[in-house]
Design a protein around this ligand. Sequence first.
Ligand SMILES: *Cc1c(COP(=O)(O)O)cnc(C)c1O
Length: 371
Amino acid sequence: MQFETLAIHAGRQVDLTTGAIAPPLYLSTTFEQDPDRGYEYTRTGNPNRAMLENCLAALEGGEVAIAFSSGSAATTSVLQALTPGDHVIAPNDAYTGTTAILQSLLQPWGLQVSFVDMTDLEAVQAAVQPNTRLLWIETPSNPMLKVTDIAAVAAIAHHTNALCVCDNTWATPLLQRPFELGADLIVHSTTKYLGGHSDLLGGAVIAKTDSEVAQRIRQIQAIGGAVPSPFDCWLLLRGIQSLPYRMRGHCDNASKLATWFSQQPQVSTVHYPGLAEHSGHAIAQKQMKDFGGMLSVQVGAGKEAAIALLSHLKIFCRATSLGGVESLIEHRATTEGPGTTTPDDLLRLSVGLEHIDDLIADLAYAFEQIG
Ligand SMILES: *Cc1c(COP(=O)(O)O)cnc(C)c1O
């Protein structure tokens, strides 16, 4: 089945007792004990979560999906499936929350971590140790939109008997197929494009096969209990139905904006993998179907000008996060806080689904105001 059809139908069925097309919401925390029906207590299993997990597994082409209360909970659970003393190779420009999970939670617990430029394959290979058990990929990266070669990193991981994990949040399963490139596990913050409407928090791990590590992660979900609420599962399953069409709009608007930015004298650099001059363009072209809805720009006049620009925007909302239908913009270094390596003249944009002419007019007006 094609992606558009899966997005609408996978995991769902017409309700057997009423014929309802939209799934009922199962708020019950406990279930009459009956091995045939398979539910007992909502932390270990819930019908809305089961529908969502079946849908997510189908979208990524994996055997199993395990849903969490946030992308960060999904990330933490993958890392908790390792053993203290294991070594992890992670990007030196991962999502700030992922870096914080590694440094503040898992390193004290006993994981060893090397932070590496994952786009530099020699550096990745050089970081491999006898106890390396997991290589983490996030591509395109945040907020520099660097592109990591998933197939090449997966090959390094498998050569050393380690897992290859890909955070596919920014690309979504529509644009990038990590399992086909060799990844073993895929992580999502479903808060972003999969949900798509800035109204739910969620995460997921999808496993290519129902392996020992997948079963361990499911056990962590059930025991640790960082599960999504039935309503968040319901909202997410609903949001996913329009994902393929939303992504086309995001990609189309972002690529038009990237071209427009690259013609503005006040913009010194545009970071968007769809631009031919972007350092990751060739690999992105090879491993992505389109280039996504995220981009960053650097304002030539510097930090103060970049921040001043934000106050003149009327459609772009000044906010963090991404992947919703509405356009957002933020001064990323401020969001990331002390220790950030993000350039201080950089603005990160989540390009929404408004009309492109209105988005360009909004930005053009703001640039005029800062001169
Ligand atoms: C937002 C995000 C996360 C964390 O997800 P939450 O749902 O906020 O916990 C992880 N990875 C990437 C790439 C993200 O954008």
